[in-house]
Design a protein around this ligand. Structure first.
Ligand code: PEP
Ligand code: MG
Length: 581
């Protein structure tokens, strides 16, 4: 059965390959023994979970009845499986007889049913065991409260190249884990366009579509998929004609990309000879090769926390020193801006991803610089490690998520403490190391003067700035339609930050996702931005745009755009701005 799903286009390009479904780990549930008085409560918990899943299926069906894709029939099948007494009644008996938890009971019953299906000769019927698993997985997810996160690995004996990961959700640490597996793409049911998961896909230069809602439920292992990451489309079991069409598009895209690579050694200079600095965003030392290959002038954002995600505890000074040393050495004298840990919210050292995310407002909680300042010992270890590598190259320090001036003052005091301890131990470091701050909270943007007076440079984190300005969780696909980088409020803040920095003669760069979007390059140039930091894969396209732009022509047009009050009009004018030349 061929069908098409639409989601969020988060990382450009086309991938053709086989579906590799993950998150079976959801089914690895613990076996708990329940006190006799709790047994009926456990049965009730099971019944509630079934009701919720049934309601979810009903919701999914809305509007799918007349769908040419048979998705409606598919959901009907899952509803039938869910209603079958083998899954809706037998687990209750298991809970009562064995005094066990509901998750364990339903998984036990599923194993029995799957084993029975696997004995059947008829291929169609045998394959229904997938459906049973998918339905049970959904019930288990409901019971445990949150979708589980599986270790993302290619199956034994196969390389990831032809595989497309299909998951309900992927945490940033899952995606980091599959950097080594070379999957050709991934698609998920949830996740916003500037979630860290999406950002990582762009960093790896692989196409990805997020927010597909029920892909994990509708797709089977090994089915053929086409991912069009530019349009946010996923085609399942395409026919031969569509496959051929996409194979052609894919090779045309590859040719265009390799042409752009020829710009590697060209300077990023505008037609009116303004030199623009193009820097790279990285997550780990091994990313340096791609940075050098892209022709970037340096690293504008090293998201250090990614090296240690999911490992369980804080890394020692030595571990950090080694990781930063490799990176600085690899950059062969080019400048590198190391950001202190931006942990918390969706980026955790614990692999269950969870504790922080379970709080009501994790994005507003104890995260990032707040967490570093609350844990002075760990903060000292990181600052000392960065200071020690500052002797090996041109290193700067970047502080994330500042909102209050006193956070800068405390950070500068912590830096002074780290410096003086190193001096005491006669360990060399760059005494003049520059320290900058990320402007990614509206308060810091509006009161940017407080930060400009205290710091050597600033860097605009548009991903969080947009999230906090518009009150949109950047990881939540349900509100992704409201995540609008061209909202007048966002543009006003950007303009205010850039012009204030210019007046104060303090360097300002942008390291959020907007910096790597070539459709916005001219807008940002016209606002006065001269330093852009993005994923290495995005550099050639942005460089090409810069080389075709004349700042003296663009600036008055951008001024007029900034006076507009509606995103749609702004978008229209940006398109016109881009179509010149
Ligand atoms: C940002 O918020 O724009 C940013 C660059 O930081 P991160 O995406 O890591 O939050
Ligand atoms: Mg941020």
């Amino acid at each position: 059965m061929s069908f098409t799903l639409h989601g969020l286009a988060v990382s450009n390009g086309i991938a053709i390959g086989q579906a590799h479904l993950i998150s079976q780990a959801t089914l690895e549930v613990s076996h708990l023994v329940i006190a006799p008085r709790m047994v009926e409560k456990e049965v009730a918990r099971f019944e509630t979970a079934l009701t919720h899943v049934r309601d979810e299926f009903k919701l999914l069906k809305v509007g799918k009845e007349n769908s040419p894709t048979d998705i409606g029939a598919f959901i009907d099948l899952h509803m039938m499986i869910l209603a079958d007494p083998e899954l809706s009644e037998v687990p209750k008996q298991i809970i009562r007889e064995r005094r066990c938890n509901a998750e364990w009971a339903i998984v036990q019953q599923m194993e029995i049913l799957v084993a029975q299906f696997e004995q059947i000769d008829d291929v169609y019927l045998r394959e229904r065991s997938f459906d049973v698993r998918q339905v049970v997985e959904r019930v288990v997810r409901e019971l445990v409260g949150k979708p589980g996160h599986a270790a993302v690995k290619a199956p034994k004996g196969s390389k990831g190249e032809n595989l497309i990961v299909v998951a309900h959700d992927l945490s940033p640490s899952d995606v980091m884990a599959f950097k080594d597996q070379h999957f050709s793409s991934f698609v998920t049911d949830v996740g916003g366009a500037t979630s860290h998961t999406a950002i990582l896909a762009r960093g790896m230069g692989i196409p990805a579509v997020l927010g597909l809602h029920n892909a994990r439920q509708l797709i089977r292992d090994k089915e053929t998929l086409i991912v069009d990451g530019t349009r946010g489309v996923l085609i399942v079991n395409p026919d031969a004609r569509i496959l051929e069409e996409y194979a052609l598009k894919k090779s045309q895209l590859e040719i265009e990309r390799s042409k752009l690579k020829l710009l590697k050694t060209a300077r990023a200079t505008t037609l009116d000879r303004v030199k623009i600095e193009l820097l790279a965003n990285i997550e780990e030392p091994s990313d340096v090769a791609a940075v050098i290959e892209s022709g970037a002038d340096g690293v504008g954002l090293f998201r250090t926390e990614f090296i240690f995600l999911g490992r369980g505890d804080m890394p020692s000074e030595e571990e950090q020193y080694e990781a930063y040393r490799k990176t600085v050495k690899g950059m062969e004298g080019r400048p590198i801006t190391i950001r202190t840990f931006d942990l918390g919210n969706d980026k955790n050292l614990h692999s269950d991803m969870g504790e922080d995310r379970k709080r009501d407002n994790p994005a507003l909680g104890l995260r990032s610089i707040r967490l570093s300042l609350a844990d002075p010992k760990s903060f000292q270890a990181q600052l000392r490690a960065i200071l020690r590598v500052s002797k090996l190259g041109k290193v700067k320090i970047l502080i994330p998520m500042l909102s209050h001036a006193h956070q800068v003052d405390q950070t500068l005091a912590a830096l002074e403490q780290a410096k003086s301890s190193l001096r005491g131990e006669k360990i060399a470091f760059d005494e003049g190391i520059e320290i900058g701050g990320m402007i990614e909270v509206p308060a810091a943007a509006l009161a940017v003067g407080l930060f400009l007076r205290r710091l050597n440079f600033i860097s605009i984190g548009t991903n969080d700035l947009i999230q906090y300005t518009l009150a949109i969780d950047r990881s939540d696909e349900q509100v992704s339609n409201l995540y609008d980088p061209l909202h007048p409020a966002v543009l006003m803040l950007l303009e205010h930050i850039i012009s204030s920095a210019e007046k104060a003669k303090i360097p300002v760069s942008m390291c959020g996702e907007l910096a790597g979007d070539s459709h916005l390059t001219r807008l940002l140039l016209g606002m006065g931005l001269r330093q852009f930091s993005m994923y290495p894969a995005q550099i050639p396209e942005v460089k090409q745009k810069i080389k075709q732009s004349d700042i003296s022509e663009i600036t008055p047009i951008v001024r007029r755009i900034l006076r507009l009050e509606e995103s749609a009009k702004i978008q229209e004018q940006i398109e016109r701005l881009n179509s010149n030349r």
